[in-house]
Design a protein around this ligand. Structure first.
Ligand code: C2E
Ligand code: MG
Ligand code: MG
Length: 557
């Protein structure tokens, strides 16, 4: 084999037979990686051809030179002075022959003080690191760190905080009703908006903090060096306030809000997983409270999460164990003063937790799929009951709440037809309550589905009207019979001018579109009088009746 020009300069491995090169030597020569064998103190004993590029001009053979001296002027000091021992491990960003290099030093044969050094280009390593971190560490859309990079930084921050005895905070931020924006304005608009939001968030924290995008409309923020809960509360309030400022995009002005959850180290968790989970749970609470707010993680919150887990699990058998009941709340026609309809509202008495509110368990049932079974059960019960009441009051309307996942069933209209046939209820007596966001999703399919339901003679109401994002222009494309003004507007109708104005506007909008209006949550005479003056036809609320058991209502009818 032809030896390289460097042959005379290569020292043999210790113990190598003279004359014929040993396999180990051949391997060393052939290795494409720059390798050196040095002695304690840095004396170069051996090197391979690939290392020559880093070791300066060949006229000046490096064997016999001191590696640490060649590295002189490096920004990082390789600490060659440790008596009797070469430095082990990796040394980064040293200058060798005018270039930035990294060294990886590992012990050579046992019993010697020699050490094998691998030289790599620091610039190349940095480029690779950047490429990898772009690939695995950053979100494509916003360029912000993604969940795995956030977890990494959080891990490092935890080590530092532990050492310094400092607190840190993890904030999970979830946009309220972002799906509605995607559904109504399109995904590319939604994407552009997510970018703007990322920029706005990024501009609001210190450089040492991390803003990451951790889900489709979810961001997480890591705040280091925190002194108190109040400080974090201040940041949370600032973030909420900033997100409330309008976003300008494609000549539109958009108003957003978000729900924020906070988990703190060390109080709420000491691990990456624990803190991220805690912040997410706290965010869920803020969302459940109506959004546009922040919540701290707490033990109470943790207990609630455990309870929800059990509830979700127990929902599967709630029907068969006879734990469910339907209550009915009357709707009163203000002109005739009579009960014109009732709304069916599901009740669950849980053996351990007692009466559980549908506001709590319906979202759980949505999540684990049991809502389809529950919804169908309510529909049957309600239709049967309406048929029964038909004799007492002709034409009494039965309103049944429909959840988004029931609505998404391919054969939803057939289910309605089947239940109507089974119970022999006049379809004109059945009304389905759906929400605005259900309309905005997949508009064409929704319109066709609603039309098929309408053709059966069933009527349609929009529940919680005013809380969603539906554009009023949309409304006339759907065959809707009734708008139910959300309780939140009614409750402050007397104190809050804006709410009064909204209620007025909805009533006049509905009358222009030929739709009727029901005001929900009427609790006082004052509210009732205002609604009457505005020409509202129907009301529903505790002022008249709370939801009742069927028997109690039978007596009324
Ligand atoms: P919703 O459909 O908007 O029902 C009205 C809610 O407001 C009911 O709460 C009712 O008890 C309450 N309410 C009525 N009048 C007043 C009032 O004057 N003051 C106050 N403070 N509250 C009043 P409920 O029964 O707890 O139900 C909560 C929500 O759970 C319902 O809101 C509905 O979205 C959902 N839900 C209830 N039953 C079903 C069901 O069978 N299927 C589905 N998918 N959702 C249901
Ligand atoms: Mg309802
Ligand atoms: Mg409602």
């Amino acid at each position: 084999m032809a030896r390289s020009a460097l042959e005379p300069k290569l020292k043999m491995l210790p113990g190598a037979a003279r004359g014929r090169p040993q396999p180990a030597q051949l391997m060393l020569d052939a290795a494409p990686i720059p390798l050196l064998l040095i002695e304690k103190g840095g004396l170069i004993l051996q090197y391979n051809p690939a290392a020559c590029a880093w070791l300066g001009p060949l006229s000046d053979p490096p064997t016999g030179q001191n590696l640490w001296q060649l590295l002189e002027g490096s920004a990082a000091d390789p600490e060659p002075s440790t008596p009797g021992r070469p430095p082990l491990g990796s040394l980064r960003n040293l200058t060798l022959a005018g270039q930035q290099v990294d060294l990886q030093c590992s012990p050579a044969a046992a019993g010697t003080d020699q050490c094998v050094v691998v030289i790599t280009s620091a610039a190349e390593r940095q480029r690779a690191e950047q490429r990898i971190s772009r690939l695995v560490g950053y979100d494509n859309l916003t360029g912000l760190p993604n969940r795995s990079l956030l977890a990494d930084r959080l891990q490092q921050a935890l080590v530092l905080s532990r050492r310094k005895g400092e607190k840190l905070a993890v904030l999970q931020l979830d946009l309220d009703h972002f799906k509605d924006i995607n559904n109504s304005l399109g995904y590319s608009f939604g994407d552009a908006l997510l970018q703007l939001i990322g920029q706005r968030l990024g501009g609001m924290v210190r450089q040492t903090d991390t803003v990451a995008r951790v889900g489709s409309d979810e961001y997480a923020i890591l705040l280091n060096g925190i002194s108190s809960d109040q400080q974090v509360a201040g940041v949370a309030r600032k973030l909420l306030g900033q997100l409330r400022q309008p976003f300008l995009l494609e000549e539109r002005q958009l108003y957003l809000s978000c729900s924020l959850g906070v988990a703190m180290y060390p109080e709420d968790g000491e691990t990456v997983e624990g803190l991220l989970k805690g912040a997410e749970q706290a965010m869920g609470l803020a969302k459940a409270a109506g959004g546009d707010s922040y919540r701290f993680f707490s033990e109470e919150l943790d207990a609630q999460a455990t309870r929800n887990l059990q509830l979700a699990n127990d929902l599967h058998r709630a029907i068969e164990l006879n734990q469910l009941q339907v209550h009915y709340q009357p709707q009163i026609n203000l002109k005739s003063g009579r009960i014109s309809g009732v709304e069916a509202l599901l009740r669950w008495s849980h053996p351990k937790f007692g009466a559980v509110s549908p506001a709590q368990f319906i979202p759980l049932a949505e999540e684990n799929g049991t809502i389809r079974q529950l919804g169908e059960w309510v529909l049957r019960q309600a239709c049967r009951q309406a048929k029964d009441w038909q004799l007492r009051q002709e034409g009494l309307r039965m309103a049944v709440n429909i959840s988004p996942s029931q609505f998404r069933l391919a054969d939803f209209d057939q289910l309605i037809a089947q239940v109507l046939a089974e119970t022999e209820l006049d379809p004109a007596q059945l009304e389905l309550e759906i929400t605005e966001s259900m309309l905005m999703h997949d508009v064409d399919r929704t319109r066709q589905l609603l039309q098929r339901i309408k053709q059966q003679g069933v009527s349609l109401a929009i529940d919680d009207f005013g809380t969603g994002y539906s554009s009023l222009g949309y409304l006339r494309h759907f065959p809707v019979d009734r708008l139910k003004i959300d309780r939140s507007f009614v409750s402050e109708i007397e104190e809050c001018r804006e709410n009064a104005a909204i209620v007025q506007a909805v009533i006049s909008l509905a009358s222009n579109l030929g739709q009727e209006v029901v005001a929900e949550g009427v609790e006082t005479e004052g509210q009732l009088n205002f609604l009457r003056q505005q020409g509202c036809e129907e009301v529903q609320g505790f002022y008249f009746w709370r939801p009742q058991e069927a028997n109690a209502l039978s007596a009324l009818l």
